[in-house]
Every structure is written in structure tokens, then in C-alpha cells.
Design a protein around this ligand. Sequence first.
Ligand code: FAD
Length: 623
Amino acid sequence: MFQTEYDVIVVGGGHAGSEAAAAAANMGSKTLLVTMNLQNIAQMSCNPAMGGIAKGQIVREIDALGGYSGIVSDTSAIQFKMLNKSKGPAMWSPRVQSDRMKFAEDWRMMLEKTPNLDFYQEMVSGLIVENNKVKGVKTSLGLEIKGKSVVLTNGTFLNGLIHIGDKNFGGGRAGEKAATGITEQLVGFGFESGRMKTGTPPRVDGRSLDFSKMIEQPGDENPEKFSYLDITKPLVVQRSCFMTYTSPEVHDLLREGFDRSPMFNGRIKSLGPRYCPSIEDKINRFADKDRHQLFVEPEGWNTVEMYINGFSTSLPEDVQFKALSSVAGFENVKFFRPGYAIEYDYFPPTQLQHTLETKLIDGLYFAGQINGTTGYEEAASQGLMAGINASLKVQEREPFILNRSEAYIGVLIDDLITKGTEEPYRMFTSRAEYRTLLRQDNADFRLTPKSYELGLASEKRLKRMEEKQNKADAFVQFFADTSVKHDEINPILEDKESSLMKQSDKMFKIFSRPNITIDDMRKVASVESYIQDNNLDTEVIEQAEIQIKYSGYIEKEKNNADKLNRLENIKIPKNFDYSKLKSMSLEAREKLNKIQPVTISQASRISGVSPSDVSVLLVYMGR
Ligand code: FAD
């Protein structure tokens, strides 16, 4: 049945698997996507939304690299918001509310149009491995499919166990079977595995809600979009979300179910996402708070189904129903599905290299929730990187690694493989030490040229990026070169209560003042005519504005990043034996022997390795 030997086999068609399959196939590798249910490609298991703080930056990075998540997020969006717009541009984070069904459908259509990509629906039950090298996969029906490299993206499916109150049953997601066989085989090969937990709220019938008792949350007045390509357009019409609150009465009703809660009666033992706690966890941990926000989010353009963000729970369904019925606007609520929690296997990601290839088995890659992360964006970006690297390996080319100053994706992967994670890992802006460099507006400048070199980003994408960069650079230069007369600028400065000019000066200096915006500068005739004459769009104008206003910070971070990159260049020999460095702490020696960092810089980021341990290493390396 499968005569061909594939270059890359991707197991699992979730967010990680879909990006991995697209990347490998687009890089010219003969690729197979095997997944348990082809109807559920890139299914959003939890909230119908993409992006958000730090996650929005990741989606833009995926797009800049030629992945599909940004495009699909745009085509399936029902609402767009740029979060944190009142803060500096390093914090601006795009987020869309998505049409869940359209998201999955558009992903499938994008994949079907991708050359070099085959599909097969079945459960993979094991790997074919010879001499520590992967040779393919085995399916539950006994088929053997040969592949030069394999990317595992099993999500929450490995030995998944669903909990609702005191009931539990095997499943990878509500209504879907768990995947078995893989964990046991990998543990047999010497891999360490662990258990994690996550949960989801109930979905309800929007026709049963009274929205007049809630606060409307419309999208942005001037919505933007994710993809840097012009094949998608910003939304013209949007759907609103709504906000309401729990109350002490709701909390009391929820508490009535605590003795049947798998979270509190010890049935769920694994750790869940700290920053996405269940409602029972919130009222337990923050007992002094008498209300919590709930966001009522439409599941799509046409469906009446609503997602209750903030009410994730694994309490018994009767308790969920009683408590939610007491929330303002929910008095007559009808449930579509109750909330639930799920426990699943993951593999501590310190067992991976920066390419996401496992250290133990050659040609085997892990991406997504299997690595202990949570979130679609985190999963998709790992899938993209694993797909690229699996393909590069087959083509006998150099691996593709992004460092911490180049991308959030670099931060994510470095954190995972260097520090590991004991609870579901999600991205935050605070995890990135160079966040002024890693903005959502410049992901294309940072990453598209690299991806074009790999053969992934199209020439069209590169040309578009270069044109934007040239126009923005020229506009910045215009501000640096052009002066404005003090009698023209002073009325504008006076309006903003900014100190007045005594003589004419360069506009760059004036524009750098914190309270002077591009709208103020556009009141200067020469600025407005430059914009009109050169036909500059909002994206270019915004880019120039950020470059001018934050030039000091950007320069400083670039210098710091250069310093780090110098340490990044000091390589440590493969399989280095740290036991012989007796002047290093025992903890450091143990951790370093286990993780085997590739560079001094990576060694310095391992928890338990102190600056003095790094000095010992530097002396040993002759630095
Ligand atoms: P998934 O999206 O889980 O996809 C895995 C895919 O692999 C599926 O298509 C599955 O069919 C397939 N598969 C698995 N095993 C096999 C096999 N052996 N053979 C063939 N195919 C296989 N994220 C958050 O950020 N916040 C949350 O609050 C949150 N809550 C969640 C609640 C629940 C109940 C669930 C299930 C997930 C939740 N998530 C949450 C996680 C989010 O869904 C995942 O992070 C994201 O979907 C991970 O993507 P993935 O590609 O790694 O895996």
C-alpha cells in the first residue's frame, strides 16, 4: 500500500503536525501526514482564538517564515484586536477570535493544495527503529510505513484520560480516542516521560443567554491582520464578545462540588497550566476575590455555540450547570457540552536538541504539546521548526536554529531544551530578554530572509518585505535629513504641552520626544506630502515611527544581544565529560552532563549552573 519511502512522516494533524507537514513538503521533502482523524485537522481543542500576548508575536514569526498559521488565522477570523496598544510596541500583540470550524477547514484546504504532501488516517502505534535510527512508523492496523525521519506531534492524545467530576475515561479530546503504544515503546528505548493536565470550559447555546446583562467587547475600530502577505485582508465586519462576572453565590455553588472534584480529591495528580487555572482553582486559591471575569466568545460567524472563557472546569456536570445558571445573563443557559480536564503523557524536552530532534534516536523529532507546552501557537511554531529541520536532515543540509535574540520561537525552544518544564509551558513577553527586538511588526525583517534562503518563504514574500523595509528606511532617513522651521512646529508642540523650539531643527529629534506622535508630525506639510508622494501605507508609517521613537532602546538591546552571541559562538565539544571539572559544583556537573549544552551561553542558562561554574568552563575552554 505504501510503496514509497517518505522523506518525512508527520504523526498527528494538530497545530504542530499541520505546520510540520506544510514546512517539510514545501521544502521539497516527500511528506506523509498520518493522523487519527482527517476531519479534525488543526482542530482548536480549547479556545476559538489565535494570538494574544507573546503568542501573537509567534504567529507573525510563523508567517514570516512561510508557515500557514497566520494566513489561516486571518481567513477564519471573526474579530481582531491589537492588545497592549497603550504600551510600547514591544508589547503590542495581535489576537483574533476565530471561527473554529472554518479554521480547521481552511487549514485542511491549505494542506491539500501543498505539493509533495500525502495524507493517511490511522493511529500510529509505534516507531520502526534500527540501531538508534528511525526508519518509519507502524499503525494500529499493522501497516509499516517507511520514512527517513519522523516528527511526533501527538498533543494531548498519548494515554489521554478525560475527567468530569468523579467520572473518567480514556480519550485524546472530547469525543476522540486516546493514542496508545508510543509512550510505552519510547520509554523502552530509554526516554523519560511524565504526565500533565489541562482543562476546558463548557460550551453553551448563545440563544439561551441574555446579552443585555453583559458588557459588549467589540473588535478594534481599524482591525489589522496577521499575515504579511497581501493574500489576506483585514476584517470589515466583526462579531463581538461579551463580558460578565461570577459572584459569591456562583462560588458557593461551585464549592458544593469540591468533594467530587478530581482536582481536589487526588484523582488528578499532574500539574496544569499555571496561567490558565480552572474556575475551581481560582476560587480556591483566591478565596478573598468575590468575582472573576468571564468572556463569552462566539465559536464562529454562523453558529450559536459560545465558549465561556474563564470557566474552565472538571467539576461534575450538574455542578457546572447549576453554578453557570447563577451568572448574570446565564439564568436560562442551555449546555452544548460540559467542561472537562484531561491528563496526558509528555516527554521532558531536555531530551531534545535545538533542532527538536531527540538525543536518543536519530531522525526522530518531537513538536508541540508532547514537549510539555500548552497553546496552539507554541505548538505550531515547534511544528514548523521540526518540519524544517527534519527536511534539512534528509537533504543533508545544515540545521536551522533561531537564537534568543532572533525570535520568540528561539526563546521557546531554548527554554524547553535547556531548562525543561514541569508544568505546561506557555510563552510570555517576560521570557524574552530582547523583546524590543522581537516585535510583532518586524518579524518579517527578522525571519523572511532566513526562510527564503532555506527555500521555504516565497520570492513574493521576500520582495514584499524588502519593499516595506526600503520604504521604512527611506522615511526614517527623511526625518533624519529634513529640518522643520520653529514657527511651523511650535503650534503643534504647544498643543501637546511640549517645550517650544527656538530655531529650526531636524525632525527626527522632535519626533523622538515621547509625547509626539505620527499624527502630530503629519501636521507638518513636508511630512504629509512625503507620505502622499511615496504612497506610504500604515504598515510602513508605523514601522518608521517605531524605529525613530525606540531607536535608543533598540540600539542598546542589539549591543546586549551581540555580547550574548559572542558567548553563543564558543562551542563545547560533543559528549563533553563535566565530571572532570572538580572545581565546578556537583549540581552543575550533573545538570551539564545530562543536558549536554552546545555552547557556553546555553550552559549559563541551565538552572543550577552559577556564574562561577561558567567561569570554570570558560577557563577550561581557554577563554
Ligand atoms: P493537538 O492539537 O492535540 O493535536 C494532536 C493531533 O495528533 C490530533 O490531530 C490527534 O488526532 C493526532 N494524534 C495523536 N496521536 C496520534 C497517533 N498515535 N497517531 C495518529 N495521530 C495521532 N491550550 C492553551 O493554551 N490553553 C488552554 O487552556 C488549553 N486547554 C486545553 C484543554 C483541553 C481539554 C485540550 C484537549 C487542550 C487544551 N489546550 C489548551 C491545548 C491546545 O489544544 C494544545 O496546546 C494544542 O492543540 C497543541 O497542539 P498539538 O499539535 O501539539 O496537539
